[in-house]
Design a protein around this ligand. Structure first.
Ligand SMILES: Cc1cc2nc3c(=O)[nH]c(=O)nc-3n(C[C@H](O)[C@H](O)[C@H](O)COP(=O)(O)OP(=O)(O)OC[C@H]3O[C@@H](n4cnc5c(N)ncnc54)[C@H](O)[C@@H]3O)c2cc1C
Length: 474
C-alpha cells in the first residue's frame, strides 16, 4: 500500500454505521468536530434492520426495549420515534419437549411443578452469583477465575436436579445467548445478566427487555440519526486497513483513504479482528478478537391478514422446549391492523437449519407455528427470515459470546483504545452488553472519551493534514 496524498482529512473517522457508530458520530458532530462514518453495507443500522413485506414494516434485527434502557428511550424521544408495549394480552403457549402445547397466564408456564421448581432454584442461584460481578471489570469479580474456568453447561448440569428442569433452564439460556450453554463461560453469562440488571429482566416481556417496541421499528433510530449526519456517511465502504502513527490515523477501504486524528471502530470484536492494522494491534487485543465468536440466530417472520390468535384469546407469545423455533412473539403493528408472528431459531438449531435449503427451513418454521397457533399459521400472506450468520459484516448475532478463559485472560483489552484507535459497539458496554442500549451507550462513551482528551491530543484536522502517516507503516 502506498501513501495517499489525496486522502480526505477529518477530525474523527467512525467505522460502522450501527447505532454505536451513529450515536458516536452524532455526539462528536455536536461538539463541532468534523466526522466521517464509513459503513460496509449499502444501508445503515447494522444489527437493526427493517424491510417491507406484504405492505408491512418487518423487523429483521434488534427490536425490543425495556426498563433500564434509558439511553435508548431518550434517543427515541429525541428522534420523535414512538414507543408502544409488546402485545401480551391473553394466554401464552408453551410446547413441551414431547410436542404438547399448553396455555398459561402470567409468567410461569404450565410444566411439571418439579421442573419449574428446579429451574426456579437454578435461576435464583444464578441471580445470586450475578450480583457479585463487576461489570466494569468482570475479570476482577470475586471468584472470577473459577467462574470463567467453566462453561454455563457445566454449571447447569451441576446445579439442576431434574432432566426437565435442566431442559427448561437450558432453553432459556439458548434463547438469551443464541448459542449452546457449552459454548460460553459462566462468568460471561453472569456478566451479561448483571449488565442488564438480572437474568429475569433479560428474559421477561413486561418489566423486562422485551417490554416495548418502536414505531417503524428500531431501525428507524438509525435511519433518523443517519438523516441528521447526511453525506458524512459513506455506504458501501468496507474498511480493510487502519494505519496509525504519532500524527494521526489513515483508514482505507479498497482504493479510498481517509485521514484523521482518531478513529472509532464501532463494529463487533470479531469483525474488528478482520481489519489489517499497522502497526499490529497489541497481542492482547488481537488475542481477544480471535476468541469472540458471534451467536447464531435466524429471525423468522410470518405476516397474516389479521392477528387471528388474538380472537382465540392468545397473546402470540410462545416458548418451545422442542424447537426449532424457541420463542415466538406477536410483532404486529401497533394498531393490530395486520398480524405478524416472529419466531427465533437459535444456537444449534440455527446452525442446523442455516445449512438446509430455504423451503425446508420455511416448512419447519411454519409447521411449528401451526402446531402452536393452529392451521391458519401455516399459510401466511408473506414469510421472510434473516439468518445473521450469513451476513458478511455481522457473521452472527445477537452478540459476541465469551468462551471460558476469554474474560479473565483477554477481557482487559476489550475497551481501552489502542493508541488513536478507539473501540465502540454493543460488546464494549458494561451496561446492557449486546443490546441496542449497550450500543448507544458505547457510542456516547467513545465520543465523550475523545472530546475529553487533553488539548494537545484532541482532534484537529491541521494535525492529521500536516503529519505524515509513516510509509513504512503500511
Ligand atoms: C435478530 C436480532 C435480534 C435482536 N434483538 C434485540 C432486541 O430485541 N433488543 C435489543 O436491545 N437488542 C437486540 N439485538 C441486538 C442489537 O440489535 C445490537 O446489539 C445492536 O444493534 C448493535 O449495534 P452496534 O452499533 O454495536 O453494532 P452493529 O449494529 O453490528 O453495527 C456495526 C456496523 O459496522 C458495519 N461494519 C462491519 N465491519 C465493517 C468494516 N470493516 N467496515 C465498515 N463497516 C463495517 C456493519 O455493517 C454494521 O452496520 C438483536 C440483534 C439481532 C441480530
Amino acid at each position: 500500500m502506498s501513501d495517499h496524498p489525496t486522502a480526505s482529512s477529518v477530525d474523527v473517522i467512525i467505522v460502522g454505521a450501527g447505532l454505536a457508530g451513529l450515536t458516536c458520530a452524532r455526539d462528536l458532530h455536536r461538539h463541532g468536530l468534523d466526522v466521517v462514518v464509513l459503513e460496509a453495507r449499502d444501508r445503515v443500522g447494522g444489527r437493526t434492520h427493517s424491510v417491507e413485506l406484504d405492505g408491512q414494516t418487518i423487523e429483521l434485527g434488534g427490536q425490543f426495549l425495556g426498563p433500564g434502557q434509558d439511553r435508548a428511550y431518550a434517543l427515541a424521544a429525541d428522534l420523535g420515534v414512538g414507543v408502544f408495549p409488546t402485545y401480551g394480552e391473553g394466554d401464552h403457549l408453551v410446547e413441551t419437549a414431547a410436542g404438547r402445547v399448553r396455555r398459561y397466564r402470567g409468567t410461569i408456564p404450565r410444566l411439571s411443578p418439579l421442573a419449574l421448581l428446579d429451574a426456579a432454584q437454578a435461576q435464583a442461584r444464578f441471580e445470586r452469583l450475578a450480583r457479585r460481578i463487576d461489570t466494569d471489570a468482570p475479570w476482577r469479580s470475586p471468584g472470577a477465575a473459577a467462574l470463567d474456568g467453566q462453561t454455563l453447561e457445566t454449571w447447569i448440569r451441576r446445579t439442576t436436579r431434574t432432566r426437565a428442569g435442566r431442559r427448561l433452564f437450558t432453553m432459556a439460556c439458548q434463547a438469551v445467548w443464541s448459542c449452546q450453554p457449552s459454548e460460553l463461560s459462566l462468568l460471561h453469562a453472569l456478566f451479561y445478566a448483571r449488565s442488564a440488571g438480572t437474568l429475569q429482566q433479560v428474559i421477561a416481556v413486561e418489566g423486562g427487555a422485551q417490554q416495548d417496541r418502536l414505531d417503524g421499528g428500531a431501525h428507524e433510530l438509525a435511519l433518523r440519526l443517519a438523516r441528521r449526519l447526511g453525506d458524512r456517511i459513506h455506504l458501501g465502504t468496507p474498511v480493510d486497513r487502519i494505519a496509525q502513527d504519532e500524527y494521526g490515523v489513515r483508514v482505507t477501504a479498497g482504493d479510498r483513504t481517509w485521514r484523521a486524528a482518531h478513529v472509532v471502530v464501532a463494529i463487533p470484536p470479531t469483525m474488528s479482528g478482520r481489519i489489517a492494522y499497522r502497526p499490529p494491534l497489541p497481542a492482547a487485543r488481537d488475542g481477544l478478537t480471535q476468541r469472540l465468536p458471534m451467536g447464531a440466530v435466524i429471525k423468522c417472520i410470518a405476516v397474516y391478514p389479521e392477528p387471528f390468535w388474538r380472537s382465540n384469546g392468545l397473546s402470540g407469545q410462545a416458548t418451545s422446549l422442542r424447537g426449532p423455533v424457541s420463542a415466538v412473539f406477536d410483532s404486529s403493528p401497533r394498531a393490530g391492523e395486520r398480524g405478524i408472528l416472529l419466531g427465533f431459531v437459535e444456537g444449534a438449531e440455527a446452525r442446523f437449519l442455516s445449512a438446509r435449503p430455504a423451503p425446508e427451513r420455511q416448512t419447519a418454521v411454519l409447521g411449528q407455528l401451526a402446531e402452536l397457533f393452529g392451521p391458519r399459521a401455516a399459510a401466511p400472506a408473506g414469510y421472510t427470515e434473516q439468518d445473521w450468520g450469513t451476513e458478511p459484516f455481522t457473521r452472527g448475532a445477537y452478540s459476541a459470546v465469551f468462551p471460558p478463559g476469554a474474560w479473565t485472560q483477554y477481557g482487559h483489552a476489550l475497551r481501552p483504545p489502542a493508541g488513536r484507535i478507539h473501540w465502540a459497539g454493543a460488546e464494549t458496554s458494561p451496561r446492557w452488553y449486546g443490546y441496542i442500549e449497550g450500543a448507544i451507550r458505547s457510542g456516547e462513551a467513545a465520543a465523550a472519551t475523545i472530546t475529553a482528551l487533553p488539548r494537545r491530543d484532541r482532534p484537529a484536522k491541521a494535525v492529521s493534514d500536516g503529519g505524515p502517516v509513516r510509509k513504512s507503516a503500511t
